[in-house]
Design a binder for this molecule. Structure first.
Ligand code: HEM
Ligand code: HEM
Ligand code: FE2
Length: 449
């Protein structure tokens, strides 16, 4: 760690890890309700647990992105963060908002739009926190050295924050409501977050493989161009059946097919950099997470996304377990694993220790990734049967659900593996062996940085 203010990232990562734990435990609870439908139905209904599961996911991923930005921007810009104090105020606002949202959900107050259920005051809090963040990080970047990585990161973070405005626009007309809702949900994960992902991945690969910056930058620009070209009009794949004009069926099918390209490029980027790189970085676990993230993102977003994105297919599969299968693997690969890659890279430095407990960390990678892959397969089988029985044969929804119970049991098992993996990750990141503490004040615990 070269700059004192990078320490800010430590607190963001801690908060993110705490919410990560809550998120996967919430998922496991929701998964158990699929097996035993009346479980907790009075005390903590499924919809509340589901909101906590999905909202905690989004908030911790954002906290992770903010933390990653506060960690990597000083190194890239070669200066301290403009105002560490503002960064801490931003974190406090986000945490108060999170507690407020969870508290509201527990007593049944929510906005009802999936992922955007937060009460209005929490939405405003998030907006204020985003503005503080943008000012802080922009001031740092603009007065420091400019690099392609910080340019792309800044662009992604600005655009994703601007899209948050659509969370406030909730028209009476259900078609328009859905249209704006997708502006946030789709244009986050399939456009602006992709830019953030590409920038963070580029930073990690630069550090871990030691390839030339010019090579990294060329890849970065191509990934950004293809992500925006495909992802913006690709939003059309959510406009098929919500009452918008029919041409969206063609626009959405064609452009969302192109969305596979940036994910394929990110995977290729990671492997080519490792192949070309000469550096033998000691933090092998961070490299595993980086390669794993881009690979699983290609399968989860690219392959499982393409599976149901053509309107002829989506007509049958829309809103079935196929969607849930894709949602889990895509979010896990692209954004969960990427965040865990940054945490694995940054935490040893932030705690002034050598990369420790790498074996446990890598075991957590395989447990989580294996669990997620199994969950995805199981839900894909369940979704295929569901699509056929319900949409082709025309059986009743609940009758079909009844016949899928064995898959839901297996999904619970896969989820348990993910939860154990997540707890192992948290343990391996936060609990270090004493003997490996680096003497305070020594320049850097990682040789060759
Ligand atoms: C890091 C890991 C995880 C990620 C990224 C994740 C992500 C998500 C997302 C995005 C949704 C909304 C899906 C949609 O609308 O199609 C969701 C719902 C859900 N997740 Fe997870 N999840 C994770 C872990 C788990 C675990 C461990 C379980 C345990 C079984 C689980 C069970 C569920 C259930 C039951 C739902 C509700 C599905 C429904 O409404 O039908 N998740 N999760
Ligand atoms: C990392 C990137 C991605 C993430 C995190 C992601 C996540 C999700 C989630 C959570 C949903 C469920 C939303 C809901 O109904 O509540 C969804 C739906 C969908 N995704 Fe993705 N996705 C990604 C990339 C892609 C890509 C690249 C494609 C196409 C090639 C794609 C195609 C679709 C389609 C067609 C649906 C609608 C499914 C339906 O009709 O029920 N996704 N995605
Ligand atoms: Fe989408």
């Amino acid at each position: 760690m070269k700059y004192e203010s990078q320490k800010v990232a430590y607190w963001y990562i801690l908060a993110a890890l705490a919410l990560f734990g809550i998120q996967v435990l919430g998922g496991l609870l929701a998964g158990w309700i699929y097996v035993s439908p009346n479980f907790l139905s009075e005390l903590l209904p499924f919809n509340v647990i589901r909101m906590i599961h999905t909202n905690a996911l989004i908030v911790w991923l954002l906290l992770g992105f903010f933390g990653a930005a506060y960690f990597l921007v000083p190194e890239e810009s070669e200066r301290e963060i403009w105002s560490p104090k503002l960064a801490y105020i931003q974190l406090v606002i986000l945490l108060v908002g999170t507690l407020g949202a969870v508290g509201s959900y527990l007593v049944g107050i929510h906005g009802g739009r999936e992922f955007l259920e937060q009460p209005l005051w929490v939405k405003f809090g998030i907006l204020v926190a985003a503005v503080i963040f943008l000012v802080n990080i922009s001031m740092t970047v603009l007065s420091g050295k400019r690099t392609a990585i910080t340019n792309v990161l800044l662009m992604g973070l600005w655009l994703l924050s601007l899209l948050w405005i659509f969370a406030f626009i909730n028209p009476e007309n259900l078609s328009l409501d859905k249209m704006y809702w997708w502006f946030v949900v789709h244009l986050w994960v399939e456009a602006t977050w992709e830019l953030v992902m590409a920038a963070i991945l580029a930073f990690l690969l630069l550090k871990l493989t030691g390839v030339d910056r010019e090579v990294v930058e060329k890849w970065l620009y191509v990934i950004v161009a293809t992500a925006l070209f495909s992802g913006i009009l690709g939003t059309g794949h959510h406009f098929y059946w919500i009452g918008l004009p029919g041409y969206w069926q063609w626009v959405g099918s064609i452009f969302s097919t192109f969305e596979v390209i940036p994910f394929f490029l990110m995977m290729s980027f990671a492997f080519v950099m490792v192949w070309k790189g000469r550096k033998n970085h000691p933090n092998k676990a961070a490299l595993l997470w980086s390669l794993g993230s881009s690979t699983v993102a290609f399968f989860g977003a690219g392959v499982w996304g393409f599976l149901h994105t053509l309107h002829g297919v989506n007509f049958y599969s829309h809103g079935t377990q196929i969607t849930a299968a894709h949602g889990h693997l895509a979010f896990y690969g692209a954004y969960v694993a990427l965040n865990l890659a940054v945490f694995t890279y940054a935490m040893p430095m932030l705690r002034e220790r050598a990369p420790y407990n790498q074996v446990l960390n890598m075991a957590s990678f395989w447990l989580m990734t294996g669990g997620m892959a199994f969950m995805t397969f199981v839900l894909t089988f369940a979704g295929t049967i569901q699509t056929h029985m319900q949409r082709v044969v025309g059986e009743y929804y609940m009758d079909v659900q009844e016949s899928l119970s064995v898959f839901y049991l297996m999904r619970f098992g896969a989820g348990a593996a993910v939860v154990i993996g997540a707890l192992l990750f948290i343990y391996s990141t936060l609990v270090a062996r004493r003997s490996e503490i680096i003497a305070p004040g020594s320049a850097n615990p990682v040789p060759g940085e």
